[in-house]
Design a protein around this ligand. Structure first.
Ligand code: AMP
Length: 314
């Protein structure tokens, strides 16, 4: 029973350090920091830290702790929402005494002394709430923790729209909104965009291409990003933009970064994470990411995606 093992391991340790994936999103932070809240609310005497690089767009949700390397020596390390070790933010996770993986992505890299992976969960935040329920009565959550976990669920389900949203998701969300956090402020933080991002959304809608097989593509080159004064990291909020266009089976964003072209891939049916794995990436069946190192490789990625969508009978 990984849930019992996880709760026992937390109880047994005085220092617990929580990680999540690089380029965090609401679920990464919601699960990481929601779990921190759950532990510190239940056991205020424990030292619980969250680590990893910050994304300025998400610091309104939570901020990371700055800790010395030697804190890891005797620590329990828990990694949330991260399928493979290469994507763990803050490589010092290796220094921990014991490692736990909690995740809802396919278990492509089964790391950790204890693993709890549930690919049917809408989000890792949903799993953290499930852990709280499992620890019935004894484990507690603060209002802030509820806000974090709810935010993670909202983020990873695309506001309860994606097919990963299940009956548990709604039940847990119903529980979580019993806590009196300001939901409107949370939505504003997650979804309000700056004017420059809204303008770039306009560019995407004007310039995307769509093939007969239902593959849509947009290229955000360095020049385009410069024109709109937007950083590659800031394009995360734009990936959903094409999801509502009729006739699209899968869509792809090529975002040119300093020395790599970041691929953001989404689908309405064809399974895309295996394709993402072929190009240094991975993710969920319908939401994945990868990276390519040249525009020629980007073209090959497109050809593969085209073949995948042409063969798909949805
Ligand atoms: P993103 O486009 O960054 O929002 O990523 C969508 C999904 O794909 C997330 O669940 C990520 O965990 C996963 N993902 C993105 N990039 C990678 C990568 N390079 N390797 C593995 N998984 C990835």
């Amino acid at each position: 029973m990984p849930k019992q093992q996880i709760l026992d391991a937390i109880k047994e340790n005085d220092t617990i350090i929580l990680h999540r994936h690089v380029r965090p999103d609401a679920d990464a932070l919601g699960s990481q920091c929601g779990l921190k809240e759950m532990i510190s609310t239940t056991f205020p005497e424990k030292n619980v830290f969250v680590v990893g690089e910050e994304d300025p767009a998400l610091t309104f949700l939570a901020e990371m702790d700055d800790i010395a390397d030697d804190m890891f020596t005797d620590a329990l390390v828990i990694v949330c929402d991260t399928a493979n070790t290469g994507r763990i933010s803050d490589v010092r996770y290796k220094l921990g005494k014991q490692i736990i993986k909690i995740d809802h992505h396919p278990n492509v890299d089964p790391y950790g002394d204890i693993m709890w992976v549930d690919t049917t969960a809408s989000s890792t935040s949903e799993m953290i709430y499930e852990l709280l329920l499992f620890g019935q009565g004894e484990w507690k959550l603060s209002e802030y923790g509820a806000k974090l976990i709810y935010g993670g669920i909202v983020g990873d389900t695309g506001r309860f729209l994606f097919p990963s949203t299940n009956n548990k998701t709604f039940r847990y969300a119903a529980d979580l909104i019993e806590y009196p956090f300001d939901r409107q402020a949370l939505y504003d933080g997650l979804y309000n965009v700056e004017v420059k991002i809204a303008r770039l959304r306009g560019y995407i809608l004007q310039n995307f291409t769509l093939t007969k097989s239902g593959v849509s593509k947009i290229v955000l080159s360095k020049e385009v990003l410069e024109q709109f004064d937007v950083l590659p990291l800031e394009t995360g909020k734009l990936v959903g933009t094409l999801g509502e266009v009729k006739g699209i089976k899968a869509w792809i964003f090529f975002v040119e970064e300093e020395d790599v072209i970041r691929v953001r891939l989404r689908s309405k049916g064809p399974v895309i994470n295996e394709l993402a794995q072929k190009y240094n990436g991975g993710g969920h069946p319908l939401a994945s990411g990868a990276s390519v190192s040249s525009w020629e490789e980007a073209d090959r990625f497109m050809e593969d995606l085209e073949a995948l969508c042409a063969a798909y009978k949805g």
